[in-house]
Unconditional design. Structure first.
Length: 308
């Protein structure tokens, strides 16, 4: 193990000849383990000089913040590896009730104190990490196959497993035609019926509609009824065009970001799940119609919850 001191001062940096012996930077200690693992203790101004040394040779770094006083974190936004998308950095820090470490650091790395926001740092966490990493999602239930992901709440357009390696940033998700939205990622596996999933989402939004706008109030109800009859095996092929026509009346063009004919965005929250389902799983919709029944097993949820 090798230790190198990049900053030892408290409070504020103190440059000048009087500090030649130990340097004038605030706290930062580099610990290099025998296997090459790099651990950085505290991110005072000393971390700025350490950055160039690690930026091109280290793909994996750990930063341990002993506490969050300014002299222990003020170098973070000047640490070059944060701006290298190929570097994976894990920041560890003291816990605080009710507040994540990221939120507490964001109070410092944000305007007007900082020229950059914490969310602008290239994110390395992907949907694959979030869903399959044992420390995060822990994988798909029963080791089933991933079928589809709702990336940012029920109103966001669905994406397929081919996007597992997309990073969890607003920009990256917008780049594949969806949104990070509320940040509530919902993976669905191969045992999930896509008609039932869309029906349940539409049903939720229709229940939430305040009824002021006709496209939302009426369109939501029509979508719900048509999806329900397809799911029950009473659908007809023309229903697929009818669904898209209703979606188009709620959100003209059924594009992303959605156009709006309504007062608020609740109305346009309904078409994405229907349109994505029809685009990605048209054969599944047709199987319901052709076979006159849903080809999937009943919900595992108690009936009371499954109907919500
Ligand atoms: S779009 Fe908004 S304002 Fe219009 S009916 Fe729906 S919930 Fe009400």
């Amino acid at each position: 193990m090798r230790l190198k001191l990049w900053g030892v001062r408290g409070s504020i940096p103190v440059p000048g000849p009087g500090c030649d012996a130990y340097g004038g930077n605030t706290s930062c200690v580099q610990v290099t383990a025998g296997d090459g693992t790099e651990l950085i203790l505290d991110a005072g101004t000393g971390i700025r000089q350490l950055g160039p040394e690690l930026v091109s040779r280290c793909a994996n770094l750990h930063i341990l913040l002993t506490h969050l006083h300014l002299d222990h974190i003020q170098g973070l936004m000047f640490f070059a590896p944060f701006f290298n998308p190929a570097t994976e950095i894990t920041v560890w820090g003291p816990p605080a009730a009710g507040q994540k470490l990221r939120s507490r650091l964001a109070r410092y790395i944000s305007t007007p104190l900082s020229p950059i926001e914490i969310r602008e740092l290239p994110a390395k966490v992907t949907f694959r990490d979030l869903i399959f990493d044992p420390r995060l999602g822990g994988g798909i239930r029963d080791d089933n196959n991933l079928k589809v992901i709702i990336p940012g709440g029920a109103s966001s357009p669905w994406i397929g497993p081919e996007h597992l390696d997309v990073s969890l940033s607003n920009e990256a998700i917008a780049g594949i035609g969806s949104m990070a939205g509320s940040g509530s990622v919902i993976p669905m596996d191969h045992t999930t019926c896509m008609v039932r999933a869309a029906w349940r989402i539409v049903r939720f939004f229709h229940r939430e509609s305040c009824g002021q706008c006709t496209p939302c109030r009426e369109g939501g109800g029509w979508l719900e009824k048509v999806l329900e009859r397809i799911e029950a095996g009473r659908g007809r092929e023309a229903d697929l065009d009818l669904l898209m026509d209703i979606c188009d009346n709620i959100s003209p063009g059924v594009a992303w970001p959605p156009a709006q004919t309504t007062i608020c965005v609740l109305g346009p929250s309904m078409p994405p799940s229907v349109a994505a389902g029809l685009r990605m799983f048209r054969d599944e919709y047709l199987a319901h119609i052709r076979d006159g029944r849903c080809p999937f097993p009943p919900d595992r949820l108690p009936r009371r919850l499954a109907r919500v």
